[in-house]
Design a protein around this ligand. Structure first.
Ligand code: SAH
Ligand code: SF4
Ligand code: F3S
Length: 441
């Protein structure tokens, strides 16, 4: 028996996919190489923007033919979309050939749900509205042997006015620090060298626990793990980001000099309407602190353009923020109204045309600073964790710097999985080209 997982959305879903794969392998299923070969296909869905949802609907529609050809195929939908009552209902009625619909909080129960769907031949529909605490020790099948992510907390309490995530991922729940440290220690023993800590807002880690721990002290504990080369984390909310955290990162050995600090907008009016809980000035003070303590650190962000009521002046405040911070990179999104969020009910929604015009201008501004930030790297020697052959040019190897920049260089296959010093010979916007400048370590 074989399974196939289609993962949409963010790393939370990727991490959930590892648990589902873990369950399936434990039940004796093997990974399928194609949809035709699969006995179980699961779509792990995302609803953060309309585009993500349309892709999922497209895929469910496409799989109808396969289900016709192979009626024993179990077709399941889970993930963030199914946590919205109206969406789950729409799936049930519009796609009667689905076998399984379950929510983000139902993962521990997956083997029972699958068995039920198989035995009954009817739709099994279970969506828990809220999580029942944190469940440890679920089976998990991880991807590769070099980099992995470890969830440190689930859910989000922030309720940014545009965002659906708190409604579909539940309240913040932190894992116990010893469970996190044990998991990472075990991964390092198995050869993983880089760990990304996951949470929607890692800076509020520990607030819901009855012990004295916060994100900075968790990082300090993880930094002590022998053999772990690189720690990354995402995502950090600027409101709860502290100067103490910058100091903790600077004094740790393995936490990378990379800050992903989603700002969303450069306009105080928009930040207020978005319920972000910080001002442009506060954000800039954090950036100053980072530049002061770690001048070579990279800073990246997320932006939303075209939030309801965004004026040309608000948007220009965003453009001027890009110039002021000089981001290494940024994810740029056009605002997408999500049913059930406060912003979806606001007047002054912008037209798609206005939004895409601003998106274009923003991308242009970000691309310029991305290139500018790479320029001083010319001739520098940077430590690269080698991931494998370059996709574009298989004669080269590819890897990332501690600041998360992509580097391509000529080298032997044996360097894969190692840390190598690379001298940068050419800088481009999206990647750097270099040559090996020392023995691997
Ligand atoms: N928890 C993370 C972000 C999770 S969603 C944080 O707060 O930083 C990832 C990104 O998607 C957000 O940072 C935001 O830029 C974008 N996003 C979320 N909801 C959106 C919406 N309704 N329309 C457009 N972009 C959105
Ligand atoms: Fe969404 Fe805001 Fe929570 Fe991020 S912090 S997941 S943007 S509500
Ligand atoms: Fe999407 Fe859910 Fe992540 S809505 S962005 S997959 S938390």
């Amino acid at each position: 028996m074989k399974y196939l997982l289609h993962v949409f959305g963010c790393q939370m879903n990727e991490a959930d996919a590892e648990v589902l794969a873990g369950h399936l392998e434990k039940l004796g299923y093997a990974k399928a190489l194609s949809e035709e070969e699969a006995d179980v296909i699961l779509l792990i869905t995302c609803c953060v923007r309309e585009h993500a949802e349309s892709r999922v609907y497209g895929k469910i529609g496409e799989l109808y033919h396969l289900k016709q050809l192979k009626p024993t195929l179990i077709l399941g939908v889970c993930g963030c979309m199914t946590q919205q009552d109206d969406v789950a209902e729409k799936m049930r009625t519009r796609y009667p050939y689905l076998d399984l619909i379950f929510g983000t909080h139902n993962l521990p129960e997956f083997p029972r749900l699958l068995e039920q769907a198989r035995a009954s031949g009817e739709l099994v529909f279970e969506v828990l509205p809220e999580a029942e605490g944190v469940v440890e020790d679920l089976p998990r099948l991880r991807n590769d042997g070099l980099k992995s992510w470890v969830t440190i907390m689930y859910g989000c309490n922030n309720y940014c006015t545009y965002c659906i995530v708190p409604y579909v991922r539940g309240r913040e729940r932190s894992r116990q620090p010893h469970a996190i440290v044990n998991e990472i220690t075990d991964l390092v023993k198995r050869g993983y060298r880089e760990i990304t800590l996951l949470g929607q807002n890692v800076n509020s880690y520990g607030k819901d626990l009855d012990i004295d721990v916060d994100f900075a002290s968790l990082l300090e504990q993880i930094d002590q793990i022998e053999g772990l080369e690189r720690i990354r984390y995402m995502t950090s909310h600027p409101r709860d980001f502290t100067e103490r955290l910058v100091d903790a990162i600077a004094s740790s050995e393995s936490v990378c000099e990379q800050f992903h600090l989603p700002v969303q907008s450069g306009s105080n009016n928009m930040l207020k309407a978005m319920n972000r809980g910080y001002t442009r000035e506060h954000y800039l003070s954090l950036v100053r602190k980072i530049r002061e303590v770690l001048p070579n650190a990279s800073i990246s962000t997320d932006f939303i353009v075209g939030f309801p009521g965004e004026t040309e002046q608000d948007f220009e405040d965003t453009l001027s923020l890009v110039k002021e911070v000089r981001y290494d990179s940024a994810y740029t999104f056009s605002y997408s109204a999500r049913t059930g969020t406060p912003a979806a009910g606001l007047e002054d929604q912008l037209s798609e045309g206005e939004k895409s015009e601003r998106l274009g201008r923003l991308i242009e501004a970000v691309t310029a600073t991305t290139f500018e930030r790479n320029l001083p790297l010319q001739h520098q020697v940077l430590e690269v964790l080698v991931e494998g052959p370059s996709k574009k040019d298989p004669s080269k190897l590819t890897g990332r710097t501690r600041t998360n920049k992509l580097v391509h260089f000529v080298g032997e296959k044996e360097l894969v999985g190692k840390l190598v010093d690379v001298k940068i010979t050419k800088v481009q916007t999206w990647s750097l080209i270099g040559e090996q400048a020392g023995l691997p370590h």
